[in-house]
Design a binder for this molecule. Structure first.
Ligand code: HSE
Length: 460
């Protein structure tokens, strides 16, 4: 008897038609997986960095799954000799989703045509595993409904934090808790860039080029450095962990592109370093508080220890407190491991994802009260600090420290102000006023500072 990989309808029993007469039992009958010697037959769309790693691992897992089709554009250019000769190479989605296939792995990225391909597969009762965070962040609930209706699986472990099995952990290990906050480092490219700048003094552009060469980065670098990749991952985590759903574009982002080597020098003077932090929390109502951007984190926090392309996710539960997951967040092999985990979960008859009935957020905000770091780069002259101080005072914002290292030229002099905890709205209003002064030679850079006691807590 083969293992059933379809999703049982609620309250139904799965019936093996070879064993029992359907007429004899009063149950909803779930179609069995097509019989192919008990192995799940897989079509793989996308033969890039992750796709190639997935193909390797599928061949390793050949007792449970069989790679039957590889779909890619210009397929003749992609063909390699280490793929089993029986595998069909095609550039046609119709061929990839033919009747012989049980499971479709979508790794082409982007919303079109991947979204319509996923829909097509689910409508045909073909389970889908995807790493596509944009599609899941935007359309996850609708696609999960589609999967339940047909019935088949939709799984997306690889869409969040690469090889870190955080969705599985939320689904199973933390299932008994009421989760209230998720926070951490969700983009390996940004973390790679920031740790290179911190530890080796690399220039931003050089570190980005290296991340791209190593296969961590998205096709468009803005997705990583402007926070859009982490924004989509955070929206998925909010849906799965916090049960609240919001269009990802409503989550505020700040770019790491403005972070300069000098910021690491000043951050260190404050006992901190800089990481791209994504955070989301759900309060009593249906407001989602969330944001993504470069943030000062204490040097002795777990976030500061996250190196290279690694990710770290901290989940706070009402009963269980904080649980932290870390590991490789980007790159072909780690992401492929997450894809294979989903494939094998389906092959082994795991239940479909459960925590997916998220409520729509009534509001999304990044407003929070937190300390801030603000770097000014000015053409120096007397009275600049007095001018800044008067604006901060007007907005009831207290200055904690003012640091200016010697040795910079008068016509481009960076110094920083650290602010005691203040409402982010007030800080932004003050900075809008300060931006109008004529002494700036480079735009100001403001970053929240994580308090020492909440090393993975909220930050705007
Ligand atoms: N570009 C992403 C990152 C990997 O750097 O984390 C895929 O999500």
């Amino acid at each position: 008897m083969s293992v059933d990989t379809r999703v049982p309808r609620p309250q139904s029993r799965v019936v093996d038609l070879d064993q029992e007469s359907a007429a004899a039992v009063d149950v909803a009958v779930v179609p069995r997986r097509r019989a192919h010697g008990g192995r799940l037959r897989v079509a793989l769309a996308g033969f890039g960095t992750v796709g190639r790693s997935v193909a390797h691992l599928l061949q390793e897992a050949s007792r449970e799954v069989e790679l039957v089709t590889i779909l890619n554009r210009e397929v003749d250019r992609k063909r390699v000799d280490w793929i089993d000769g029986e595998v069909r190479w095609t550039d046609s989605i119709d061929e990839a989703l033919d009747d012989s296939v049980d499971l479709f792995i979508e790794l082409i990225g982007g919303r079109a045509p991947a979204g319509s391909w996923i829909r097509r597969a689910l409508e045909r009762g073909i389970s889908v595993v995807t790493a596509n965070k944009q599609i899941i962040a935007h359309d996850g609930p609708a696609l999960l409904d589609l999967a339940a209706a047909h019935p088949c699986h939709l799984r997306f472990e690889a869409a969040v934090a690469g090889g870190v099995p955080v969705i599985r952990a939320i689904e199973s290990g933390l299932a008994g808790d009421r989760l209230t906050r998720v926070a951490g480092i969700l983009n390996g490219t940004c973390n790679y860039i920031l740790t290179k700048m911190e530890r080796e003094g690399s220039a931003f552009a050089d570190a980005l080029r290296e991340a791209q060469a190593l296969g961590f980065a998205e096709a468009t670098s803005s997705q990583d450095i402007d926070g859009l990749d982490a924004q989509a991952k955070l929206a998925i985590l909010a849906m799965v962990a916090l049960g609240i759903q919001a269009p990802p574009e409503q989550i505020a982002t700040r770019s790491i592109a403005a972070v300069d080597g000098v910021d690491f020098r000043y951050a260190r003077r404050l006992g901190c370093t800089i990481r791209q932090i994504a955070w989301a929390e759900r309060n009593g109502d249906r407001t989602l508080r969330a944001g993504v951007g470069p943030t000062l984190v204490p040097l002795d926090s777990p976030l500061a220890a996250v190196n290279g392309s690694e990710n770290l996710v901290t989940i706070h539960g009402r009963f269980g407190g904080e649980t932290t997951f870390g590991g490789r967040g980007a790159g072909g092999d780690p992401t492929a491991v997450a894809v294979l985990a989903d494939v094998l979960a389906i092959a082994r008859g795991t239940a479909p994802l459960a925590r997916t009935h998220a409520e729509a957020a009534t509001a999304v905000t990044s407003a929070v009260a937190t300390p801030f770091y603000v770097r000014f780069t000015v053409v120096d002259r007397p009275g600049i600090v007095a001018a800044l101080a008067s604006v901060f005072a007007k907005h009831q914002i207290n200055i904690d420290a003012l640091l200016q290292e010697p040795g910079f030229p008068e016509n481009q002099r960076p110094f920083i102000v650290s602010l005691d905890a203040a409402p982010s709205d007030a800080v932004h209003a003050a900075l809008d006023e300060i931006a109008a002064f004529d002494f700036h030679i480079v735009p100001m850079l403001a970053m929240p500072v994580l308090a020492r006691e909440s090393a993975a807590g909220s930050a705007a």
